[in-house]
Design a protein around this ligand. Sequence first.
Ligand SMILES: [Mn+2]
Length: 215
Amino acid sequence: MTQKPQKGQKMQKGQVRKRLRSAVVRRVTKETSVNLTLALDGSGRTKIKTPIPFFSHMLDAFCRFANLDVELTASGDLEIDQHHTVEDVGLALGQAIAEAVGDRAGVRRSASAFVPMDDALGFCSVDLSGRPFCAFDAKFDKNRQGDLELDLVSEFFKSLANTSKANWHLRVEYGENEHHKVEALFKSAGRALGEAVSRDPARAGVVPSTKGVLE
Ligand SMILES: [Mn+2]
């Protein structure tokens, strides 16, 4: 999608057309249903509804810290467990991010962020390399926080890495409170992503790779 010039307005020589960096993803399987719209150049406006309120809260924090505008609804076979739902939301969100960044021309590509939340410190480094990888280093002292099964936090980020085709390195540095630890991690991931997808004015239109292509 490119922004059309307004009536009577011509593109100036050398002017770079800004593509509207957004995506619509609908992912429906026998296990889950996920619908989402995502805009990269947003201001963190979110409307997120999953059947797992603490997970919705984390997705909301992630999108806000990345300045993404996201509307997301998800449902799934929670009578089995939360796995399919959390995994498929991660896959859909990663796909939307990949579609919205497109050929990754003119973006910063990589970024890292520490984000504290009271006693807890989260860290994330992300590279929109075109290749999926997830390194996850966090131990939780409880099986659940709120209604979210905490072993699924790593599953979410693995799914996100697979379809966003990016390298994600995540760590909870330390923390006492499980809510804070998980939330600091999602916020650091959002903050790093927001910077990685942001446009680098010095590199307008340039694919940030020595190969000239990121796939
Ligand atoms: Mn919270």
